[in-house]
Write a protein that binds this ligand. Structure first.
Ligand code: ZN
Length: 601
């Protein structure tokens, strides 16, 4: 069944219906060390959707290159409506491929996996009784269309690989929090439409070398709802590793993030902290079990495809076996998050706690430096080892905030409100001008990153000061009440000192510029007069001069010091004031109306 979907303000509209075909003719080429080209991928899914009534292919918005983002679904009872699927108690798994098109094994593996499910190879169809599969065939279409055998130089196939960055030269796996690409916006269309229980994003890594073909990043259990995290740590992850050990030729190991950058895997590895700018970090904010497969670049492409295919099968099998628990935990977490008071926004690894992990590695060789003093360490494949290593999995929160009753956002910043609404956030508008006592943040310190990151010099090491004050608001200003399914996204994006906030991504940088200032030439005599009249101020300046030599020799700094203590400094109260305020409790008689206009595709 093949559909085109467009979004309207009211919802989804199905434009065209099914078109049954006689046969499926898909020619996968991974055994020849080739990954399918973009048009072949879409053709393969179109064939499956045309032939099997249990399959559907729809378009869910645009990407930056101008082509639509597709969503392929397999549903045993041919019901493709996520709400109705969920009402039946079934689980939805969403698989995202080709975010980095040079890492394409998931693209080819997902096609074969889908075909196997639909043609009931190895009785796989049984899983469709409880599990619905949703697949984004290729996410970074712009990158997939630009192929070269020189991309990912050290990777062991396929011959032709896509480009990592997209049509705007952005790394899409850094865009899930700020969502500046059409790809990310269309992903959100899909994600909110499905509200999946499990999410998988497929990748290839060059960050290590060892005997494993397949590694796995799972969202940190400490970042999930408590009961969901416990299930992930104690049941889901051990079971997935066991299943891969028993049922796949490839096995699986956690993603290798070394605990000591210049050290050896034998020194231990750490769980990966997937911030919300990553796909899995973003999806986990919405109570979804989220994973990235990272196959190893040095392993041959056909093996990498097969290992991902095996994981897709085992992930589906686990979800089938545990569907009712997974659903119950997610539904409960979706309910609880609306009332959740505290939110952890930044994390640090606890190196005092580790688990033991059986690992199969290669000895790291450190040859003598060459004549030009270069040393080149390498993993010696002739010297494999098997040993137990430390696996550091515990991250502790280092920034925790309590949510306000609501955030209030002046309409001057409606671009931010529009982004929130696109993520399913409900906004209200004030119906009349009003003054409100709110908690406000002053940005005391921030350092723009020296190197551009995604076209941004992101704000880092942000230090804020909280102050209560009464601020005038105007009819049409926005109110974001924190009783929503998207609560975690709201808090992560609006607390300015959160590492992935809109503030960190420079959306509010104009507030860092001075509000008003004085002309030194005309103002100096005026300030000097103030100094003359105010004995206390005079003493303060003299004291500072005696304590700080550079201050004593800097007339400009002295002038600034006096200005900051003069009555006219009052006009600087909006300087470095973060415009999104926290309304701690609901004011009486606050007139507001629900806002819909900004919800766009
Ligand atoms: Zn990647």
């Amino acid at each position: 069944m093949r559909h085109s979907l467009i979004f309207t303000l009211a919802g989804l509209l199905i434009l065209s219906a099914c078109n049954q075909k006689d046969e499926v003719n898909i020619n996968l080429k991974y055994d020849d060390n080739l990954s399918l080209e973009y048009h072949e991928v879409i053709d393969a899914y179109s064939q499956l959707a045309d032939y099997y009534p249990e399959a559907s292919l729809v378009e869910m918005g645009k990407t930056d290159i101008g082509k639509p983002l597709h969503l392929f679904m397999i549903s045993g009872d041919r019901d493709f409506n996520p709400e109705s699927i969920r009402k039946k108690g079934k689980c939805i798994i969403l698989i995202n491929n080709g975010i980095h098109p040079g890492e394409p094994e998931g693209i080819d593996a997902s096609i074969e996996f889908s075909w196997n499910l639909l043609r009931n190879k190895d009785n796989l169809k049984e899983y469709l009784d409880k599990v619905v599969i949703a697949i984004i065939p290729v996410y970074n279409i712009g990158g997939a269309l630009d192929r070269s055998k020189y991309y990912r130089t050290n990777q062991n196939g396929p011959v032709y690989k896509g480009r990592r960055r997209n049509a705007r030269n952005l790394d899409l796996n850094r865009d899930f929090a700020k969502q500046e690409t059409k790809n990310a916006r269309s992903f959100v269309n899909i994600f909110l439409h499905l509200n999946p229980d499990v999410f998988l994003d497929t990748h290839t890594t060059n960050g290590s070398d060892h005997q494993y073909t397949l590694t796995l990043i799972a969202t940190l259990y400490s970042k999930l709802d408590t009961a969901m995290g416990k299930f992930l740590k104690e049941k889901m992850l051990p079971d997935l590793y066991d299943r891969m050990e028993e049922n796949s030729d490839y096995g699986m190991i956690p993603y290798v993030q070394m605990s000591n950058y210049f050290g050896d895997i034998k020194d231990g590895i750490m769980a990966y902290n997937d911030d919300p700018f990553y796909s899995t970090g973003y999806t986990a904010l919405f109570n979804c079990y989220s994973f990235m497969t990272e196959t190893l670049v040095y392993k041959y492409f056909p093996d990498r495809v097969r290992s991902v295919m095996d994981f897709l099968t085992q992930l589906t099998a686990f979800t089938y076996d545990n569907c009712s628990v997974i659903r119950q935990l997610k539904d409960e977490a979706d309910r609880k998050v609306r009332d959740r008071e505290t939110y952890h926004l930044d994390w640090e690894i606890d190196m005092s706690y580790s688990e033991k992990l059986l690992f199969k590695g290669y000895e790291y060789a450190r040859p003598e430096p060459t004549e030009d003093r270069r040393t080149r360490g390498y993993y010696d494949h002739d010297r494999p080892w098997t040993d137990t290593i430390s696996y550091y999995t515990k991250y502790d929160p280092v920034l925790t905030v309590t949510k306000p009753w609501a955030y209030i956002i002046p309409q001057a910043w409606s671009d931010v409100v529009e982004k929130l609404c696109h993520n399913g956030v409900k906004a209200f508008r004030l119906e009349e001008d009003t003054e409100l006592e709110v908690e406000t943040y002053y940005i005391d310190k921030t350092e723009p990153s020296g190197r551009a990151n995604q076209g941004h010099h992101v704000n880092q090491n942000i230090k804020v000061r909280l102050e209560k004050q009464t601020i005038p608001y105007y009819k049409g200003d926005f109110l974001i009440i924190t009783n929503q399914h998207a609560n975690r996204y709201i808090v992560e994006m609006l607390e300015p000192h959160a590492p992935n906030s809109y503030f960190a991504w420079n959306f509010f940088d104009p507030v860092l510029e001075s509000h008003d200032f004085y002309s030194i030439w005309g103002f100096e005599s005026h300030l000097m007069e103030l100094l003359h009249e105010d004995e206390g101020l005079r003493t303060e300046v003299e004291k500072r001069k005696s304590e700080d030599e550079s201050f004593a020799n800097d007339p400009m700094a002295q002038l600034r010091f006096i200005y900051e203590r003069a009555p006219m400094y009052e006009i600087e109260k909006y300087n470095r004031l973060y415009p999104v305020a926290r309304l701690i409790r609901e004011p009486r008689n606050l007139e507001r109306e629900e806002y819909h206009d900004l919800v766009t595709p």
